[in-house]
Write a protein that binds this ligand. Sequence first.
Ligand SMILES: [Zn+2]
Length: 329
Amino acid sequence: MAITEAISSGTTALCLHEYLDPVVAAEVAADLGIPATVALHPEPGGTAWRDTLRQVQDTGCSAMLAGVNENDPDHTPEYLRELVTHAADLGIRVHTHVSETTLRHETTRARTGRSPIRYYQALGLLDHLYAVHCTAVEPADIDLLADHRVPVVLTPSSEALLGDGTPPLPALLAAGARLALGTDGSAWAGSEDLLAELRATALLTRARWGPEAVDGAQLIELATLGGADVLDTPDTRGAIEPGRRADLVLLDARRPGLRPLATNGPLSTARDVLAFAATGADVVETTIGGRVRYRRDGPGLLTGDELAELDERARRVWWDSGAATATSW
Ligand SMILES: [Zn+2]
C-alpha cells in the first residue's frame, strides 16, 4: 500500500529497505509497474538469503544487501566483513543507516574510536555503501562520502519527527556528494509523498541555515537526477530528454497555492513553487517508463478489492514475522 501511495504522489522509482518479506515487496512493485531496488538482510554465516535475492531479482527488481545501523548488536566486524565480501562478489551495494542520530554517531565513536563512516572505511565497506540518513555526519565524513562517490539518501522529515536533527544538506551539496531524498517510509515519516519531502527539506534546511542554504532547482535535482543516480540509472532516468525512459509526473497547477501572484517572495519561479509548495495531492498522473500507472480521475491504481487484498497480505507478513505489535487503530 505504501508503494501505491508513492506512485499516486508522483514517485517513479523506489528503493525499499525491507525487514520482513523482501520478495512480497518486490512482487508488489513489479505488479504495479514501478522499478524498485529491494534491500534484504543476509543472515550471518548463512546462505538462505541467496534464494531470497534470486526471488527478488526474478521479479525484475534490483537488489541490495542491507545492514541496519552502526550500533546494531549483530553488526560485528566479522559480519560487516562478510557483507563486504558478498557485495563485492555480487557487485551490489549495502543499504545501511549511517549516523542517523547523534547518539548512534557518538556511541560508535566511543566504541570504535572512529565516526561510523570511518569505521565502515576501516572495514572495507565504504566503497560498497548506500548510506541512508547521515544526520549527524561530521565535516570529515562528508568529504569521505563525496570522495568515494557513496550514494547518500537524506530523510529530513523522518529525522525531524524523531527529533534527531536536520541532515547537513548545504555541506553535502557543497562537497559534491551523490545525493537524493527519501521518505523513510510511512511508518517513520507518516507518508510516502516525495513532493512533501521536498517542501519539508526546504523548510528545515532554510530554517536552520538561512534562505540561501538550498534553492528550488537543487531540490528538484535531488528528487530527479539525484534519485536516478543513487539507484544506478543516471543515464536512463531522472530527466526528460531523448534516450531516457519516459518517467513523467503531471500536476494540477490550478490550486491557489501553486499560483502565487507575488513574484518578489520565495515562490517566484515555477521551480520554487514545485519544490516548496506542491505536494503529492497535486499529482494528477504518473507515467513510468512510458506507461500511465496512475491517473487521479481514472480508475485508480487498484480496485477496492485489490487494496483490501494488499492490506491483508501486508498484515499477514507483519504478524508472521513475530515482530508485530498492534497498531491502536
Ligand atoms: Zn531508516
